[in-house]
Design a protein around this ligand. Structure first.
Ligand code: 5GP
Ligand code: MN
Length: 341
């Protein structure tokens, strides 16, 4: 099917868009699914839940990502089916892009030729699809995929339930972030009724580290700096630290959550050496401290409590301004009322 110019009208409600996406799916047969480069649990979970649902409807599905899933996701059902490629000329009647604010963020070239269905919850989504469903209130893109799967009338198989739960468990920072709603737990309840074992999921995702990762955590925390009277933690990582700990770049995933376990620390900035002259900055925060807005102003993205970007320059050049922005964000965030139980 050729690309159409159908775009959802600016005043379309979520229900209208969901209905249009269902229709577009029902009428098509071959689907290509993708998500952002360096996929996280929400990318993997959303893509695979969608893949299993489409197959339950008798559709043909291929999945392509720019990068392999981090090791601790490799044993989840279907992860080995995801093709890893920096460009794709796969034939498909529609491309479904999940959890990706910008088509370029897929890191896969050649995708713009398709009829694109864009499903995402990141503020600043570029609305690059023929159909765009954007819901910033979703705690994970997996929540939206769940709604779509239900709207398509597909029952929650154990595989689908597992991937939806994976998406939510990881994208809420294991139920720490401020984007969690009753809907989040309602969806989790249904996945548990369909066979998900939350304890086993938590062990698989959070307690499957290599010894190298534990050593790397030690080295990073040892070199951690505290700024702003102990309210901001700053972590640094370069290749030397990786080599001496025996950890891998993937192992850095999730490490920036550790400093937030300290009561007074409100935000974390993790500077990772990302090749000649580039720094990748990954941020986490508590409550109303908004790191998403900082990431967007540097051309990156994310959410209020978890966001990132890449910046060019030496550490001495980029660090002061970023730290300044974080200190301001902490001051602003703490003005609002403290988080209530
Ligand atoms: P992480 O710090 O775990 O890499 O990312 C945290 C959140 O920010 C995720 O939702 C991720 O998709 C988003 N994010 C991180 N880096 C970027 C970036 O460079 N661009 C955009 N658009 N989003 C990012
Ligand atoms: Mn997400």
């Amino acid at each position: 099917m050729s690309k159409t110019t159908t775009a959802n009208p600016p005043d379309a409600t979520d229900a209208d868009v969901l209905g249009s996406i269902c229709q577009a799916i029902v009428r098509r047969q071959r689907f290509l699914l993708t998500s952002h480069a360096r996929p996280d649990g929400d990318s993997i979970g959303s893509q695979l839940a969608m893949a299993y649902a489409l197959e339950a409807l008798g559709k043909q599905v291929r999945l392509v990502n720019a990068d392999a899933a981090p090791d601790h996701y490799r044993e989840f059902p279907g992860v080995d089916r995801i093709e890893i490629a920096s460009s794709s000329n796969a034939e498909a009647d529609a491309l479904i892009v999940m959890e990706c604010s910008d088509l370029a963020r897929t890191g896969v070239a050649g995708l713009d030729q398709h009829f694109i269905i864009n499903i995402d919850h990141h503020a600043g989504n570029r609305m690059y699809g023929a159909l765009n469903w954007f819901d910033e209130s979703a705690a994970a893109c997996g929540e939206m995929v769940f709604d779509l799967i239900r709207a398509l009338g597909v029952p929650l198989s154990p595989e689908i339930a597992t991937h939806i739960y994976l998406a939510i468990l990881t994208d809420t920072g294991s139920f720490h972030h401020s984007n969690i709603t009753p809907r989040t737990f309602d969806i989790c309840r249904q996945t548990v009724e369909s066979g998900v074992n939350p304890a086993a999921m938590a062990r698989r995702v959070f307690d499957s580290n290599s010894f190298g990762k534990l050593k790397l955590i030690g080295a990073l925390l040892d070199a951690m700096e505290l700024v702003d009277g102990g309210r901001l933690a700053v972590l640094y990582m370069d290749d030397r630290m990786l080599e001496s700990s025996g950890g891998s770049y993937d192992d850095t995933d999730g490490i920036n959550n550790f400093p937030l376990t300290v009561k007074d620390i409100q935000a974390v900035a993790f500077f990772k050496d990302a090749g000649p002259g580039d720094w990748r900055v990954s941020m986490r925060s508590k409550g109303d401290v908004d790191v998403g807005a900082i990431a967007r102003s540097y051309g990156g993205g994310g959410h209020k409590n978890a966001a990132g970007f890449t910046v060019a320059g030496t550490l001495e050049q980029v660090r002061p301004q970023i730290i300044g922005r974080l200190v301001t964000a902490i001051g602003e965030g703490l003005k609002s009322r403290p988080e209530k139980f």
